[in-house]
Design a protein around this ligand. Structure first.
Ligand SMILES: *Cc1c(COP(=O)(O)O)cnc(C)c1O
Length: 375
């Protein structure tokens, strides 16, 4: 048996919607992008959604629109995809990492507290693997110190913790529709926020700072557009939006299926002491199925799983241990010991709605036999 690491969820109804766009006049940002934005706003419970080309763009524009730049400090976690950190660097602000909680891999609010200075402007929590960071504690800190909160929700559209969903404690939520994410258009992203002014700034910044996009320029009488500010080219087009609109309605059943698979994994591996699971707090989004093994055997476990034709991945090695960050900032692995350790022991197993019960069972049996061989 061969078990892919990921298989996407694009269905016939998404392709039909895409065909409607391809048969229409407007391929770029227009009515279907707006339709997506409206539906995603309804889903998230946040009134303003702006469709973008990626979550990287969402993080970058959110920070810029909040006025963050050189001289400011932004606190985040080193245990995330590099985009969380590079988006901060691209604003010119100082990147400040703090360590994670050893049992969840989530940013540690106590460490955040210790890192706040008079220059700190924002916190960027990441809802890693689909479990929300402790937003209640972080929101209290943000309020006490007058900080913005930009949530990296790339793993967590569906989660909830302490009765609160992503983006509701923070000022703005950033989403990814990258190929392996829970909602996907191959590439794509969005911000969702209650802050209308912020959403309007991001809307301007996503298209060169132009005050009219192509769809609103299309009319009987030519109207001049103006460039009001220096912007970027991060606008979501109708083509990508078409793949997303009907998928949103399937998020519920997809989540239920991933939760079921995650339960099978936990059940099937609960008597294997050398395979540990990160804690889930509240309602997890079940984006990634992470297991933790001894760092000494991690790479060999992965190799053996691949030999048994099971797709595996690492999400993530701690960012501060990567070459660019080591060279640029002089980090040592032990600067953030919990993130470093998790980065050396983590393995992601296949987790997606199309995974069958037999495939999940095969993954469990493969992992059981591999660790019994190596431990
Ligand atoms: C995927 C991901 C991103 C980047 O998303 P893109 O849409 O590829 O830019 C950012 N943060 C996390 C945690 C991610 O997993």
């Amino acid at each position: 048996m061969k078990v892919e690491f990921h298989r996407h969820n694009i269905e016939r109804e998404d392709v039909e919607k895409l065909e409607e766009v391809l048969d229409s006049l407007f391929l770029t940002t227009g009515a279907v992008t707006s339709e997506f934005e409206q539906r995603f706003a309804e889903y998230t419970g946040l009134p303003h959604v702006v469709g973008l080309t990626s979550c990287t763009a969402a993080l970058h524009l959110s920070l810029l629109a909040l006025g963050i730049g050189p001289g400011d400090e932004v606190i985040t976690t080193p245990l995330t995809f590099i985009a969380t950190a590079t988006a901060i660097l691209h604003t010119g602000a100082k990147l400040v990492f703090v360590d994670v909680e050893p049992d969840t891999g989530l940013i540690d609010p106590a460490k955040v507290k210790g890192a706040i200075t008079s220059r700190t402007k924002a916190i960027v929590p990441v809802h890693l693997y689909g479990t929300m960071a402790d937003m209640k504690a972080l929101a209290a800190l943000a309020k006490a110190h007058g900080l913005w909160m930009v949530e990296d929700c790339a793993h967590c559209i569906e989660g909830e913790r302490d009765g609160v969903r992503p983006g509701h404690f923070g000022d703005v939520a950033c989403y990814s529709f990258y190929a392996t994410k829970n909602l996907t258009s191959g590439e794509g992203g969005a911000v969702a926020t209650r802050n209308e002014e912020l959403a309007e700034k991001i809307r301007l910044l996503r298209l060169h700072g132009m005050n009219k996009d192509a769809a609103s320029r299309h009319g009987l009488k030519y109207r001049h557009w103006d460039m009001e500010t220096l912007g970027w080219k991060y606008n979501m087009d109708n083509i990508h939006a078409a793949l997303l609109v009907r998928q949103i309605e399937r998020l519920g059943p997809y989540w239920e299926r991933r939760r079921q698979i995650a339960e099978w994994y936990r059940e099937g591996l609960k008597d294997v002491p050398s395979v540990l699971f990160p804690e889930i707090r509240g309602k997890g989004a079940y984006h990634l199925q992470t297991v933790w093994v001894d760092p000494k055997i991690r790479d060999e476990v992965m190799h053996q799983m691949q030999k048994r034709e099971v797709g595996v991945a690492v999400n993530y090695r701690a960012i501060h241990t990567l070459t660019f960050f080591k060279n640029q900032f002089g980090y040592k692995p032990e600067d953030f010991p919990s993130a470093d350790e998790i980065g050396r022991k983590t393995i992601s197993l296949p987790l997606y709605p199309k995974l069958t019960g037999e495939e999940a069972e095969y993954v469990v049996e493969a992992l059981r036999s591999v660790v019994s061989l190596l431990c």
